[in-house]
Design a protein around this ligand. Structure first.
Ligand SMILES: *[C@@H]1O[C@H](CO)[C@@H](O)[C@H](O)[C@H]1NC(C)=O
Ligand SMILES: *[C@@H]1O[C@H](CO)[C@@H](O)[C@H](O)[C@H]1NC(C)=O
Ligand SMILES: *[C@@H]1O[C@H](CO)[C@@H](O)[C@H](O)[C@H]1NC(C)=O
Ligand SMILES: *[C@@H]1O[C@H](CO)[C@@H](O)[C@H](O)[C@H]1NC(C)=O
Ligand SMILES: *[C@@H]1O[C@H](CO)[C@@H](O)[C@H](O)[C@H]1NC(C)=O
Ligand SMILES: *[C@@H]1O[C@H](CO)[C@@H](O)[C@H](O)[C@H]1NC(C)=O
Ligand SMILES: *[C@@H]1O[C@H](CO)[C@@H](O)[C@H](O)[C@H]1NC(C)=O
Ligand SMILES: *[C@@H]1O[C@H](CO)[C@@H](O)[C@H](O)[C@H]1NC(C)=O
Ligand SMILES: *[C@@H]1O[C@H](CO)[C@@H](O)[C@H](O)[C@H]1NC(C)=O
Length: 482
C-alpha cells in the first residue's frame, strides 16, 4: 500500500479522501508574492492507493460532475437546528463532519451563501457572479445582479493555496446573519481553482484572531466590533457530530449558549507572541497515562477537519493506543478501539471520542482504520493543529477581548432521529487532572444517542459517493494586494 504523501497539485483529481489543512510556511518579508502564493497550502490525503480505491474510498469522476447544470448547487448539506439563543446561527455541515459552515445573507436581496467559518484565517470572500470557472458554476455566486447595494472596487485580492488561488476584486455590501446586519468588505472571486468543486461552501468567513488584514480592510470581527453590535467580542461555538445524527451545532456571537455545555468554561490565555488562536497545551493522555509533553501549543481551527501533530508527537500518542501501527504520516488503529484520548488545557482534560479520532477503514475487512490524528508538522515542531476532530468534543469560546480560548464539556450531541437509544460510551466528558483546579466537570458524561437509521442515511450520499471530500480551507492571513 502506498502511504499518503504531500501532493502539491491535482491531488483533488486523484482517488482517496482528500483534505486540506492550512499551512503557512514562514516567509521572509522580502519574499515575492509569487513565492508566497505557492507555499500556503498543502493538500493532505488520508490514504492514497489503488487498494484504497477498491476498498471503498470515494472516487472522483469529474465526468459525472460535468452533467450538472450551470449554477446548480447540488451539494449535500445537513442543516443545523434553528438556534434558540440570540445572536446565533445554526451550524450546517457536509454530512461527513469534514467542513462546517452557516448561511449568511448578502446584499439588498439577502442572498443566502454558505460560508465556511474559519478561526484559522482572517479573510472573507465569496464566489462572484462573473466567475465562469467550474468551481464557481457549481456554487451559489454573488454579484451586482443580486444586490443593488453592492459596491465593487478595483482593488484586487488573492487567496493562495498549494494547488491554486482564489482571486478577484474586493466588494462592500451589507451582510446579515444571526440577529444583525453590517457593512462588510469581502473578496468577490472571479477565478478559483478546481479544488473548490468539492466544497459545499460558497465562500469563507475569516474568524481568525488577528487584526492584520493585508488589504487594509476590516476583518469580520473588527467590523462587528466597530458596529458596536456585541457587548463582548467573543464567539461561542459548538459543532455537531453527524454520526450521532446531531444537528445542534451553533455559533453564538457575543456570548455563549449555556445549553451547549455542562460545567464551567476553563480559559487558557493565548500563547505569548501568537497572532492567531494558539494556546499552550499541557499534555495528551492516552488510557489515563500522560505522555509528559512539555512546551507544546495548539492552534484551534474550525477550518481544519483533522488533528495534526508533529510526527514524533503523533507517534508517541499512538504508541499508547493498543494495536496501532505507523503507516507513513498516518497511523492504523483498530476500528474498534476504545482507547481514551485526552488533551489537557490549563489543568483540565478533554476527551476526544473514538467516534472522532477513528477514521475510515483502511481495507474492506473493516478491522483496521486510519487514525484521524495525523503525523504532520504544520507549523512549528512544538505546535499542534487541532481541528474539528477535537472541537466536536468541546464547547469553545474564542475571546477576542481577553485574548484567550475557553473550553467546556460539550452538552451531549443529542441525536434528533432516535433520542431513545442511548449509549454511555465514547462520550466527550472532561475530567479534572489538576489537583489545584476544581471545575464542575468531572462527572459529566453526556449521553450520546446512537441513531439506528440516523440522519446520515437521510442524506443524499450520491454526491459524496462520487466526489472526494475536501476538508479544510482555513486561510491563514492570505489576503494581500498584488
Ligand atoms: C434582509 O434581512 C434584513 C435583516 O434580517 C432585513 O432587515 C431586511 O428586511 C431583509 N431584506 C429583504 C429584501 O428581505
Ligand atoms: C469580473 O471579472 C473581471 C475580471 O475578469 C474583474 O476585473 C471584474 O472586476 C469582475 N467584476 C466583479 C463585479 O467582480
Ligand atoms: C447573477 O448572474 C449569475 C451569472 O449569470 C447567475 O448565476 C445568478 O443567478 C444571478 N443572480 C441573480 C440574483 O439573478
Ligand atoms: C485562474 O486560476 C488558475 C489557477 O487556479 C490559473 O491557472 C488561471 O490562469 C487563472 N485564470 C485567469 C483568467 O486568471
Ligand atoms: C485587535 O484590535 C482590538 C481593538 O483595537 C484590540 O483590542 C485587540 O487586542 C486586537 N487584537 C490583536 C490580536 O491584536
Ligand atoms: C443540555 O442542556 C440542557 C439545558 O441546560 C439540559 O436540559 C439538557 O439535559 C442537557 N443535555 C445533556 C445531555 O446534558
Ligand atoms: C491571562 O491573562 C490575563 C490578562 O493578561 C492575566 O490577568 C492572567 O493572569 C493570565 N492568566 C494566566 C493563568 O496566566
Ligand atoms: C509520564 O510520567 C509519568 C510519571 O513519571 C509516568 O508514569 C508515565 O509512564 C510517563 N509517560 C510516558 C508515556 O512515558
Ligand atoms: C476497552 O474494551 C475492553 C474490552 O471490552 C475493556 O476491557 C477495556 O476496559 C476497555 N478500555 C477502555 C479504556 O474503556
Amino acid at each position: 500500500m502506498h502511504l499518503s504523501q504531500y501532493v502539491l497539485s491535482i491531488a483533488i483529481l486523484s482517488t482517496g479522501v482528500n483534505a486540506f489543512y492550512p499551512y503557512v510556511r514562514p516567509v521572509a518579508a522580502t519574499t515575492s508574492v509569487l513565492e508566497k502564493l505557492t507555499s500556503r497550502f498543502y493538500p493532505y490525503r488520508l490514504g492514497s492507493s489503488v487498494e484504497d480505491e477498491v476498498s471503498g474510498f470515494p472516487t472522483f469522476p469529474l465526468k459525472k460532475r460535468s452533467t450538472m447544470a450551470r449554477r446548480q448547487n447540488k451539494y449535500s448539506v445537513v442543516q443545523g437546528n434553528p438556534p434558540t439563543t440570540p445572536n446565533s446561527v445554526a451550524v450546517d455541515d457536509d454530512g461527513q463532519d469534514f467542513s462546517y459552515f452557516f448561511s449568511m445573507d448578502f446584499g439588498s436581496k439577502n442572498q443566502s451563501m454558505w460560508m465556511l467559518f474559519d478561526t484559522g484565517g482572517t479573510n472573507t470572500w465569496t464566489f462572484g457572479s462573473n466567475c465562469t470557472v467550474q468551481a464557481c458554476e457549481l456554487h451559489n455566486t454573488f454579484g451586482s445582479n443580486g444586490s443593488t447595494t453592492l459596491q465593487v472596487s478595483t482593488q484586487p485580492f488573492d487567496v493562495g493555496y498549494g494547488t491554486g488561488t482564489v482571486s478577484g476584486v474586493l466588494g462592500t455590501d451589507t451582510v446579515s446573519f444571526a440577529d444583525f446586519s453590517l457593512q462588510l468588505t469581502f473578496g468577490l472571486a472571479s477565478n478559483a481553482s478546481s479544488d473548490f468543486t468539492n466544497y459545499p461552501m460558497d465562500g469563507i468567513l475569516g474568524l481568525g484572531r488577528s487584526n492584520a488584514s493585508t488589504t487594509g480592510t476590516l476583518t469580520a470581527m473588527q467590523a462587528i466590533a466597530q458596529a458596536h453590535l456585541l457587548h463582548s467580542n467573543i464567539l461561542g461555538i459548538s459543532l455537531q457530530r453527524t454520526s450521532d445524527g446531531a444537528k445542534d451545532g451553533e455559533i453564538t456571537f457575543g456570548g455563549v449558549d449555556t445549553t451547549k455545555f455542562t460545567g464551567d468554561i476553563s480559559y487558557t490565555n493565548i500563547s505569548a507572541g501568537a497572532s492567531g488562536w494558539q494556546v499552550p497545551i499541557d499534555d495528551a493522555i492516552v488510557n489515563g497515562r500522560p505522555l509528559n509533553f512539555t512546551s507544546r501549543s495548539a492552534i484551534i481551527d474550525t477550518g481544519t477537519s483533522y488533528i495534526f501533530l508533529p510526527p514524533n508527537d503523533a507517534s508517541a500518542v499512538h504508541a499508547l493506543i493498543p494495536g496501532s501501527s505507523p503507516a507513513g504520516q498516518n497511523f492504523n488503529i483498530p476500528c474498534s478501539t476504545n482507547a481514551t484520548v485526552q488533551f489537557t488545557f490549563s489543568g483540565v482534560s478533554y476527551n476526544v471520542s473514538p467516534k472522532d479520532y477513528v477514521g475510515s477503514a483502511t481495507d474492506s475487512s473493516g478491522a483496521t482504520c486510519y487514525s484521524n490524528i495525523i503525523g504532520v508538522q504544520t507549523t512549528g515542531s512544538d505546535v499542534w493543529l487541532l481541528g474539528d476532530v477535537f472541537l466536536k468534543n468541546v464547547y469553545t469560546v474564542f475571546d477576542f477581548d481577553q485574548n484567550r480560548i475557553g473550553f467546556a464539556t460539550r452538552n451531549g450531541t443529542v441525536a434528533t432521529t432516535n433520542p431513545s437509544v442511548t449509549s454511555a460510551s465514547a462520550g466527550s466528558g472532561a475530567t479534572n487532572t489538576a489537583s489545584s483546579t476544581t471545575l464542575n466537570t468531572a462527572s459529566a458524561t453526556p449521553s450520546t444517542a446512537v441513531p439506528t437509521s440516523g440522519a446520515v442515511s437521510l442524506l443524499t450520499h450520491s454526491l459524496w459517493d462520487s466526489i472526494t471530500v475536501l476538508v479544510s480551507v482555513a486561510c491563514l492571513y492570505t489576503f494581500f494586494i498584488i
